[in-house]
Design a protein around this ligand. Structure first.
Ligand code: NAP
Length: 260
């Protein structure tokens, strides 16, 4: 590994923050920059390393940024549903010396007692709802809610939980909850009961911070419409967690344990 490795982390996830903090704490020879899209007003920024905010302007502009900043390794640690930036990352390094790998947490494993209904997209999830329930807990994020706003779902009530206020169009009957995980099973159970939810819709985001809703839904016997992940760009190696990412960067995986 070179003495002054330059790493750009495409962030927006807890794993990206954790990796940046571990690198800064344990690998002073690594110069780490985290890139954020700039969508949320109060992003969880890493405690260490440089941070840049905003889109690059497409794959060619990202490639130019990587060259200008002499980046050795690009780590795509974006959310599994952030498909555009992942594709741009793959294209940006295609004709360059920059190494690229993805840090992508695994999806949620199915439990035998789950009542899972896989959906290919938000539109597919919306189409499945009338057969499953009338009071929906919708946790797919603030983007793409127009898929649930059509007149065919006017008879359904939606409890929509997002970090930032969602933008219209929204379903006709919508109750918005602004919150940010991590969540507990007790809290999620109470929420499902309070709002008399009879079906949950979620993306297969994976990770522990927002998994409690699945346990609570299972315990209450509720169906879960699970939106499947978009395909990842072909040929990009990926690791499942920060420890493996550190190992891939030539560092001890134990460096992951030194950060909160
Ligand atoms: P996206 O559709 O894949 O990306 C759209 C555009 O946003 C990209 O083309 C890029 O603009 C810019 N962008 C995205 N991530 C960026 C980053 N880390 N740094 C700089 N520019 C970035 O992304 P998205 O689904 O809107 O998600 C935006 C961000 O929120 C991601 O970083 C992701 O990690 C985070 N996030 C997403 C979700 C989700 O469900 N999608 C959930 C939690 C967090 P240019 O083409 O101009 O470079």
């Amino acid at each position: 590994m070179p003495d002054d490795l330059r790493v750009l982390i495409l962030g927006g996830t807890a794993e990206a923050r954790h990796l940046a903090d571990a690198l800064a704490a344990e690998a002073p020879h690594v110069r780490v920059t985290t890139s954020l899209a700039g969508r949320v007003t109060n992003p969880g920024t890493p405690a260490a390393g440089d941070v840049r905010v905003g889109g690059f302007g497409g794959p060619d502009a990202l490639a130019a940024w990587l060259r200008a900043h002499r980046i050795d390794v690009l780590v795509d640690a974006t959310h599994p549903f952030a498909a555009t930036i992942s594709t741009h990352a793959a294209r940006a390094v295609a004709a360059s010396a920059t190494d690229l790998f993805a840090l992508r947490r695994p999806g949620w494993p199915a439990h035998p007692q789950d009542r899972r209904h896989p959906a290919r997209s938000l539109a597919d999830a919306a189409a499945r709802l009338p057969a499953l329930g009338t009071r929906v807990f919708l946790t797919t994020g603030r983007q793409g809610l127009a898929a649930f706003a059509g007149p065919e779902l006017d008879g359904l009530h939606f409890v929509v939980r997002t970090v930032e206020p969602p933008e219209p169009p929204l379903p006709r009957s919508t109750h918005i909850l602004l919150d940010r995980g991590p969540y507990t099973v007790e809290g999620e159970r109470a929420l499902l009961l309070e709002h008399r939810v009879d079906v949950l819709v979620t993306k297969d985001s994976g990770g522990s911070a927002t998994a409690a809703k699945l346990t609570a839904a299972r315990e209450l016997g509720l169906p879960v419409v699970m939106v499947e992940r978009p395909p990842a760009p072909e040929g990009v190696p990926h690791v499942p967690d920060v420890r493996t990412a550190l190992a891939r960067l030539g560092l001890s995986p134990d460096a992951a344990d030194t950060c909160p």
